[in-house]
Ligand binder design. Structure first.
Ligand SMILES: C[S@@+](CC[C@H](N)C(=O)[O-])C[C@H]1O[C@@H](n2cnc3c(N)ncnc32)[C@H](O)[C@@H]1O
Length: 269
């Protein structure tokens, strides 16, 4: 199966809605909010800055461009109508925010018109990520900022002991849902080849906390997909989903992934 996030608009609406629920759950987790704050809060934007998120999903991260990064206006660009509708439902009342259907490789934005472009967990899903990087370069003003953050997917784990079967579901989901596991290990070369000046690179450890809402969505979707594809019988998938919840109830659940952020600048010219 190919990564459904890379062509979300063509997935069934119920699948898109379920993915939107998972995105909402992830965006609202305090540990995820903290990661976004870590790399967005100290960006130095000019007055009246205009910021654009490529791949804006359900809109929470686009809102951060105003509330955390300090932009005056922000636009989220996203190919899935389901996501755009969800983002407008969440944030339609915020006049400085807007969401439009579009493609990170061809946004239709004017040359040199944007102060900040953000790609948060987008590039791992885009075949040919250098085209999205090139589009960011085109639309940024001289001196403009590109902020990229994505999972370092090889580090994802739910393993609490050797041969833990729950961990296999995490590995399976990544195999099925991520186009490029290595994007944050390749991004510095991609950016400098395109002419960006490299800024700060940081690692951000994400440990699932509280009700582990997002990690449980990964386990549920992964176990169900394993049953659909004939890897597991349905009863075994249900048992693994129950295992995740039993671990949580018994304070035995562990979920971790490292994220990496990279800041870059278009040369001032
Ligand atoms: C994992 S979600 C992240 C959404 C949001 N940035 C967040 O962190 O909550 C990736 C999003 O990128 C979108 N996407 C995939 N390919 C895209 C492309 N070529 N251009 C713009 N968005 C794209 C998907 O539809 C999906 O909503």
């Amino acid at each position: 199966m190919s990564d459904p996030y890379s062509s979300l608009a063509s997935e069934e609406e119920a699948t898109q809605a379920r993915i939107a629920d998972a995105m909402d759950a992830r965006c609202l987790e305090p540990a995820q909010i903290a990661i976004r704050r870590e790399y967005l809060a100290d960006l130095e934007l000019p007055a009246n800055a205009y910021a654009v998120e490529f791949g804006s999903g359900t809109g929470h991260v686009t809102r951060d461009l105003i509330t955390v990064a300090g932009a005056s206006r922000a636009l989220g660009i996203e190919p899935s109508q389901v996501m755009v509708d969800r983002a407008r439902k969440h944030f339609g009342a915020e006049t400085r925010l807007s969401f439009e259907i579009g493609d990170a490789k061809q946004t239709g934005l004017e040359d040199a018109s944007v102060d900040l472009v953000l790609m948060h967990t987008l590039l791992c899903h885009v075949p040919g990520p250098q085209d999205a990087v090139g589009e960011a370069y085109r639309v940024l003003k001289p001196g403009g900022i590109l902020a990229i953050c994505d999972g370092d997917y090889d580090t994802a784990t739910a393993r609490i002991a050797d041969f833990d079967p729950v961990d296999q579901i995490i590995r399976f989901m990544i195999n099925q849902n991520v186009t490029n596991l290595w994007i944050m290990r390749q991004i510095t070369a991609m950016l400098s080849e395109r002419g960006f000046e490299l800024g700060r690179r940081r690692g951000h450890g994400y440990v699932a906390e509280g009700d582990a809402a997002y990690f449980l969505t990964v386990i549920d979707r992964g176990a169900e997909r394993m049953a659909e594809t004939g890897v597991l019988f349905a009863e075994t998938a249900d048992a693994l989903k129950a295992e995740g919840r039993r671990r949580l109830a018994a304070n035995k659940f562990f979920g971790f992934m490292s994220y990496v952020s990279q800041i870059a600048h278009k040369p001032a010219g």
